[in-house]
Design a protein around this ligand. Structure first.
Ligand code: BEZ
Length: 245
């Protein structure tokens, strides 16, 4: 069970840290952006190298969504700097690569513990003679520093950061239009009308909605829906989060 202070809907704990881009205060650094805060098991490890190269390649996608990226591991800054050279070399095999986001050095494991990023994954523990690794966690924060989604993967499985971008798209869309998104949804696909909305309200806001059965209704998102939704903000319960993007 996730620690109470790290659950969806909690304010992400603030902290101060040394990073590859200088010291930061986390909330101050985040400002009013969305944040993808990810941990990786360690510098100079193969899967992590592929992950950070992939994140670097996706920088324009994160930027377009107003998402700041920040990483963390329990390695020291000098290792981070040296390892970034390897990431760039590896990433350059695909396209020009720049690691233009901070990576936190947390050798005392203070932030890793605060964010519950350490676990007894046998794959990680077997890897080297280090007592404790951060695993592959992801925290998605909204512009109010609220935790909106979390992910925990074992050391052996590299993450799909395209899925993280899809997740951000869904969060931003559900905040803005007060709808839900179905399995495998991608930007531009039909969305799901929340079950809290009566048929009458749904008809008013989403005139072209389709009822598949009494509780499953889908609708395209149109410009008209967008403007009607912002007018009705005061009366619509939506997903419980104020529009924040
Ligand atoms: C890796 O990134 O390849 C890795 C790191 C720690 C344990 C296992 C794999």
């Amino acid at each position: 069970m996730t620690s109470k202070h790290l659950r969806i809907g909690s304010i992400a704990p603030d902290f101060e840290a040394d990073t590859t881009e200088g010291p930061i205060k986390f909330h101050e650094w985040a400002g009013d952006s969305w944040v993808m805060f990810f941990s990786h098991p360690g510098d100079f490890t193969p899967v992590c190298t592929t992950e950070v190269a992939d994140i670097s390649h996706r920088a324009p996608d994160f930027k377009a969504r107003n998402v700041k990226v920040i990483g963390i591991s329990v390695d020291v800054l000098s290792d981070h700097y040296e390892w970034i050279g390897d990431i760039i070399d590896f990433g350059n095999l695909v396209r020009p690569t720049y690691v233009d986001f901070p990576i936190i050095a947390d050798p005392k494991r203070e932030i890793a513990k605060l964010y519950d990023m350490i676990d007894d994954d046998p794959a990680a523990l077997a890897c080297e003679d280090r007592e404790q690794y951060t695993l592959r966690t992801v925290f998605i924060l909204d512009p109010k520093h609220v935790i909106r989604a979390t992910l925990l993967y074992p050391a052996s499985v590299g993450r799909d950061f395209g899925e993280i971008i899809r997740l951000v798209d869904s969060l931003q869309t559900t905040d803005k239009y007060k709808v839900d998104t179905p399995a495998g949804w991608k930007k531009g696909d039909d969305v799901v009308i929340p079950h809290s909305l009566s048929d009458e309200e749904a008809r008013k806001r989403f005139p072209n909605y389709k009822a598949h059965n009494p509780y499953l209704r889908t609708t395209p998102l149109t410009e008209r829906v967008a403007s009607e939704t912002s007018k009705e903000d005061a009366t619509c319960s939506g997903n419980g989060y104020a529009a924040s993007n």
